[in-house]
Design a protein. Structure first.
Length: 289
């Protein structure tokens, strides 16, 4: 649905209202359009060059008339039970198939007792809205997290690989200033099972991240001045994101003894290892692995 302000009357005017069959074919009898907006089914760009009537999903094109992709799934070797051309496992009522491959940064706020959020996709060092338009706003949280991600990619090759993997795998990873399920805890990552994902090895994630706090809570930090760089916490949680996406986190829940004699889960040790690589750059004290 697209609503615009009428230049003559100054009133809101409905210029596009589209309805679709489950696989994306337009219900033309009950749909209306008086605009050149091309972002339609699932927010993807409608391509009608040469009367193709396909949708551009980024990595490949989708044909709603056939309910099939026109090229193979780049992850086809992982899903040998399904055709590499099939859309949403032939069940678009249950599954969605975005281009996946996403990191989203979300700024949440409250108004009149309700929680609202603005979300943008982090890609190639910039932010983009759902229609593919570059974000030019000045929201401090959104721009700060973007700068921190870019800084991590610039200063450490392992961090760059990790972030690039999160940008290009088949899961959606959201970084937000407020997650109502975080129970007031900052810098915490959880699995997001709020929507079905055909890619079943792992899960999508939601990370509540304080992009401004320099408060350190680990013993090594408290022994010095009790502070640390915010992006140290960010890379730690991003490592958890990666393990949740891959599904490996459930195999890394066993306890191991660290160099300092304390015990932690293998997943936590992995996160601390890459965190220490960033700490060695920021000058923050290294923590036990």
């Amino acid at each position: 649905t697209v609503i615009r302000k009428n230049a003559t009357t100054g009133l809101a005017e409905l210029v596009q209202d589209n309805h679709y069959f489950p696989f994306g074919m337009l219900m033309s009898d009950i749909s209306t359009s008086n605009t050149d907006n091309r972002f339609r089914y699932n927010g993807k760009e409608y391509q009608n060059d040469l009367n193709l009537e396909w949708y551009d999903y980024g990595a490949r094109f989708y044909d709603p008339a056939l309910a099939r992709w026109h090229s193979v799934d780049p992850k086809a070797q992982k899903y040998i039970s399904s055709s590499p051309y099939v859309y949403c496992a032939d069940n678009p009522m249950k599954f969605i198939d975005p281009n996946g491959k996403e990191i989203w940064i979300s700024f949440a706020y409250k108004s009149n007792g309700e929680t609202y959020s603005n979300s943008f996709q982090y890609k190639s060092g910039k932010l983009w809205d759902e229609k593919g338009k570059e974000y030019k706003g000045k929201n401090v949280y959104l721009t700060t997290v973007t700068k921190q991600l870019n800084q991590l990619k610039k200063e450490n090759s392992n961090a760059a690989d990790l972030i690039s993997n999160l940008e290009t795998n088949n899961y959606k990873n959201t970084i937000t200033n407020y997650d109502e399920k975080a129970n007031g805890k900052s810098n915490q990552t959880r699995e997001d099972k709020s929507w079905s994902n055909f890619f079943k090895e792992g899960e999508n994630t939601v990370m509540q991240f304080d992009a401004f706090s320099k408060k350190g809570t680990k013993p090594e930090e408290l022994e010095r001045n009790g502070t640390r760089s915010p992006r140290v916490a960010l890379i730690h949680e991003l490592k958890h994101d990666e393990e949740i996406n891959s599904g490996i986190i459930k195999y890394n829940s066993y306890l191991v003894r660290m160099n300092n004699g304390r015990t932690e889960t293998k997943s936590e040790v992995n996160a601390r290892q890459i965190e220490n690589e960033i700490r060695s750059i920021t000058g923050d004290p290294l923590i036990g692995e």
